[in-house]
Design a binder for this molecule. Structure first.
Ligand code: PMP
Length: 363
């Protein structure tokens, strides 16, 4: 018997569910609609696969440890300072690096709830305590509670905007209020994994606020969602704080992004036409699914992501299990108060149809 660190007793393993083979065995000939991981189901542009092929032809050479060319392109497109851009092995990696770089045992981390479980898990792993800001009874972000918490000298406020799984988001005024409320000693991290889906005047990214903000701010983004590179594992962070970036650079592994991922991400940022088409298709499908689910009498939260958070009106674990028999993978939520909700990604048209037809039978 071996005992690991005591903090780990409070964690459960993320994404340890069924494999695709398990699902195929139960789906009895149905094609599999993979709607559980918020991936972009559309093919990536040929420019990306060409760039990958060139990079993979030299497997004996280490990648650039700072991904300089890619960081420069990110800076050029976002307005961030290139020396305050950091790359990660997915934004998951950067969440982990962030926790290890800034959290002491007993520190307080403020997060939204329900939100990406790793936001809480990495804080817990470091022995920090997590303060969850829940939704209001009418299922909006509780801005009063968020602003009050952010104004205290907490170590880190870590929120996804748009939120996963809830899909809710902070509008421009709400973001401005949060930035104004932030305590000067605490770090604010905005996880913008879904930013490319969140266009519109009612959404504001923190990126435009980096330069003018005088308190520590970190924005995390990923190539896994709209850019369609989830399998390559690459994401990035941008900050207005040299200290935050220096600490994260000390903690990360030196070669935390591989050469193929760096090349693909650079090509993805410079050939965005296919991505724009994929995003537009996803937004149209999201609206169609929202209507169809509402027509089934189900409550769906408004979403700025490539997914919907749906109240099934019955335990969602059972619904998700029956969906597997129809070849549809979704994510049933298991956290307190949200056990009747499932998160479904917006897939290809046929995948969404397969999901909607199955839901009509099940609920
Ligand atoms: N943040 C949020 C809010 C997410 O939903 C996800 C992926 N589900 C991630 C970060 C991590 O994405 P990746 O590691 O693929 O960049």
């Amino acid at each position: 018997k071996f005992s690991a660190r005591a903090e780990l007793d409070r964690l459960t393993r993320y994404n340890s569910g069924l494999t695709l083979d398990d699902v195929a065995a139960r789906a009895k000939g149905h094609p599999i609609a993979k709607l559980g991981s918020n991936e972009n189901p559309h093919p990536v542009s040929a420019a990306i696969t060409t760039a990958m092929a060139e990079a993979i032809a030299r497997p004996n050479i280490y990648p650039d440890p700072s991904a300089r060319v890619l960081a420069d392109e990110i800076a050029r497109q976002t307005g961030a300072a290139a020396e305050r851009v950091i790359l990660g092995d997915g934004s998951e990696d950067l969440l982990n690096v962030l926790a290890r770089a800034v959290l002491n045992p007993g520190d307080e981390v403020v997060t939204l709830f329900p939100s990406f479980p790793l936001h809480e898990d990495y804080a817990t792993m470091m022995g920090a305590t997590v303060t969850r800001i829940g939704l209001t009874p009418d299922r909006r972000i509780d801005m009063d509670a968020l602003l009050a918490a952010a104004a205290r000298p907490v170590r880190l406020t870590l929120i996804a905007n748009p939120m996963n799984p809830a899909g809710l988001w902070l509008g421009p005024d709400e973001l401005a209020a949060l930035l104004a409320a932030q305590h000067p000693d605490s770090l604010l991290c905005l996880d913008e994994a879904y930013v490319e889906y969140a266009a519109g005047p009612d959404y504001a990214s923190g990126a435009e606020r980096l330069a003018g903000h005088d308190k520590p701010l970190l924005i995390l983004r990923t190539f896994s969602k709209a850019y369609g590179l989830a399998g390559l594992r690459i994401g990035y962070g941008m900050s207005n704080s040299d200290d935050v970036i220096a600490a994260m650079n000390l903690v990360r592994t030196p070669f935390n992004t591989n050469a193929v991922a760096q090349a693909a991400a650079l090509a993805a940022m410079t050939h965005t036409e296919d991505m724009a088409r994929a995003v537009a298709a996803t937004l149209a499908e999201r609206a169609r699914m929202e209507q169809a689910l509402a027509a089934l009498g189900l409550r769906v939260l408004p979403s700025k992501g490539n997914f919907l958070f749906v109240d099934c009106g019955q335990p969602s674990a059972g619904v998700a299990d029956r969906l597997i028999d129809c070849g549809v993978i979704v994510k049933p939520w298991k956290q307190d108060g949200f056990e009747t909700f499932l998160r479904v990604s917006v897939g290809l048209d046929w995948e969404n149809d397969q999901f909607l037809e199955a839901m009509a039978r099940i609920v």
